[in-house]
Design a binder for this molecule. Structure first.
Ligand code: ZN
Length: 441
C-alpha cells in the first residue's frame, strides 16, 4: 500500500481497508473476511461486471472461508439507472447478507444506499476507473428536479484491481480521467475560498487529494491504450479523492464550480438517452475546461488595481439577485438556488473584508492559482488524448450553451468559487465573455 493511501485510510471515517494494485482481486476474500467477517455475502453486479471479475471474486471469497448467497446480477444493457427501485431490489435480496458491489458508479451508489438503509456496512470491488465515488460517502439521487446526495457511509473495504480496471471499456477510463481533472479548477476554487476566509484549506486533506493529481493525469495516451501500469496513479487518485472527502466530511476537496456545470446538465437529462448515457466524468470534463478558461481570463486581470469600496458600493442588492435567480431557474430548482446563493451573499463592509486579501495580495494569490492550474488548451489536449470530451460539441452542447450555464453554476450552490469572486468584484460578465470570445474559441 502506498504511503498516501495509508495516510488517507488513517483519517477516513468509514473505509477501513483499500487495495489498489495489479492482482489485488485475489486478496479480496481475505480483506473482506478481516474487516466484515465470513459472510454470508451477496455479490451485486451487472452482466458486464460479473463477466469481468465475478468468478475470481467468488473464488477469492470461497478460499477465505466466506459463505455466499446467489449473486444479484442486473442486465448489462441498458446501463443501470440511479433509481430508488433498484435500491429496493437490492434491499429485498439482502436478508442477513453483507453486500459486495462488483462494479462502478451507479451500481456502487445503489449498494451503498441499500446497505445503509438496512444498517449494514458493505464492500466494493471496482471494475472501472470511471469516477471518484468508490470511496466517497453519499449516493447521488434525483428528487424533485434537484440532485440530492443521500447521506450514507462509504464502503468499509474497497478493492481496485488494476488488471480488471485496465480491461474495462475505454470510455469508462476517460470518464474517470475527466472526474480527476476536475481537481485542477476545483482546487483553485478552494484556494480562493481559503484566501477569503470563507472555507480554510485543511492541509492534510489538500495533500491527500492534490498530492498525486498531476502525476495521475500525466499518462493519458497510456491510459487510452489500456496499459495496466499507467492506471496506478489514476485509480489511486480517484480512491484518494473519496477518502479525502471522508476525512473532511464534505465534498469540497473533490469538487468546485466545474461540478455544478455537470450537475445542471444532468438535471436537464443531457445525453441521458444515449447508449451508454453521457457519463458524470464527461460532463465534468467540459465543466473543468470552462472553469480553466475562466481562470485564464481572471489571471490576466490585475485585481490589485480594483477599488474595493467602489465594488462594494455598486454590488447588486439582494432583491435584484433573487429576481434574476427566479428568472433563470424554475420550480424547486429556483427555490434551491435562492437559498444557496443567499447563504453566500455578502455586501458592504462584510464584502470588503472578504475580498481584501485577494485584492491586496493579488501577486501572491495569482501565482498560487497559476501553480495549481493548467491552461484551457493544455487541459483540452490531455482530455482528448485520454479519449474524453474536449469541446462542448463532444457532449452535444454549443459554446453558447456552456456560456449560458455560467450564471446558473454560480447560483446553484452555496459553495464559494472563482465565479463568486468575479461576481463580487463586478467582473463576472466580462470574464465569461472573454472565456468564450478570446480564450476558448
Ligand atoms: Zn465527480
Amino acid at each position: 500500500m502506498s504511503k498516501a493511501l495509508r495516510a488517507a485510510l488513517a483519517r477516513a471515517s468509514d473505509t477501513r481497508d483499500a487495495a489498489v494494485g495489479r492482482g489485488v482481486l485475489a486478496s479480496a476474500g481475505q480483506r473482506l473476511a478481516n474487516v466484515l467477517g465470513r459472510g454470508p455475502y451477496l455479490i451485486v453486479a451487472d452482466e458486464n461486471t460479473m463477466g469481468a471479475a465475478g468468478q475470481e471474486l467468488i473464488a477469492s471469497l470461497t478460499d477465505a472461508g466466506c459463505s455466499l448467497v446467489e449473486p444479484l446480477v442486473f442486465p448489462g444493457r441498458p446501463a443501470l439507472y440511479a433509481s430508488y427501485d433498484h435500491c429496493l431490489t437490492i434491499g429485498q435480496r439482502m436478508g442477513s447478507a453483507t453486500v459486495v458491489a462488483l462494479g462502478s458508479g451507479t451500481l456502487n451508489d445503489l449498494c451503498k444506499l441499500a446497505s445503509h438503509e438496512h444498517g449494514r456496512p458493505y464492500a466494493v470491488v471496482g471494475t472501472a476507473a470511471s469516477m471518484d465515488g468508490y470511496t466517497g460517502f453519499g449516493a447521488p439521487m434525483e428528487s424533485d428536479g434537484v440532485k440530492i446526495t443521500r447521506p450514507c457511509p462509504a464502503p468499509a473495504v474497497a478493492v481496485l484491481d488494476l488488471d480488471v480496471i485496465a480491461a474495462a471499456p475505454g470510455f469508462l477510463t476517460a470518464s474517470g480521467y475527466g472526474d480527476l481533472a476536475a481537481k485542477i479548477p476545483g482546487g483553485a476554487d478552494w484556494i480562493l475560498a481559503d484566501v477569503t476566509g470563507v472555507e480554510p484549506i485543511d492541509a492534510d486533506v489538500w495533500a491527500m487529494v492534490q498530492g498525486g493529481v498531476a502525476s495521475a493525469l500525466s499518462r493519458p495516451a497510456d491510459l487510452a491504450a489500456g496499459d495496466p501500469d499507467a492506471f496506478a496513479g489514476l485509480v489511486e487518485g480517484l480512491a484518494l479523492s473519496g477518502l479525502a472527502m471522508q476525512a473532511y466530511a464534505g465534498t469540497r476537496p473533490a469538487s468546485g464550480a466545474e461540478h455544478y456545470f455537470s450537475h445542471l446538465w444532468e438535471l436537464a437529462h443531457l445525453g441521458a438517452d444515449l447508449d451508454p448515457p453521457l457519463s458524470h466524468g464527461f460532463k465534468v470534463a467540459i465543466g473543468s475546461l470552462a472553469m480553466c478558461g475562466f481562470y485564464t481570463a481572471l489571471l490576466d486581470r490585475d485585481l490589485g488595481a480594483i477599488d474595493l469600496e467602489r465594488a462594494a458600493a455598486t454590488r447588486t442588492p439582494w432583491a435584484e439577485i433573487e429576481a434574476d435567480i427566479r428568472g433563470t431557474f424554475t420550480g424547486a430548482l429556483a427555490d434551491n438556488a435562492v437559498r444557496e446563493t443567499r447563504a453566500k451573499y455578502a455586501a458592504g463592509d462584510e464584502l470588503v473584508a472578504r475580498l481584501r486579501p485577494v485584492v491586496e495580495d493579488w501577486p501572491a494569490v495569482s501565482s498560487r492559482l497559476a501553480q495549481q492550474l493548467v491552461s484551457g488548451p493544455e487541459l483540452a489536449d490531455m482530455l482528448a488524448t485520454a479519449g474524453a470530451p474536449s469541446r462542448p460539441e463532444d457532449i452535444g452542447l454549443s459554446a453558447d450553451d456552456v456560456r449560458g450555464t455560467f450564471p446558473r453554476a454560480m447560483y446553484y450552490r452555496s459553495r464559494y468559487t472563482a465565479l463568486d469572486v468575479a461576481w463580487e468584484l463586478g467582473l463576472f460578465d466580462e470574464l465569461v465573455d472573454e472565456t468564450f470570445d478570446r480564450i476558448w474559441v
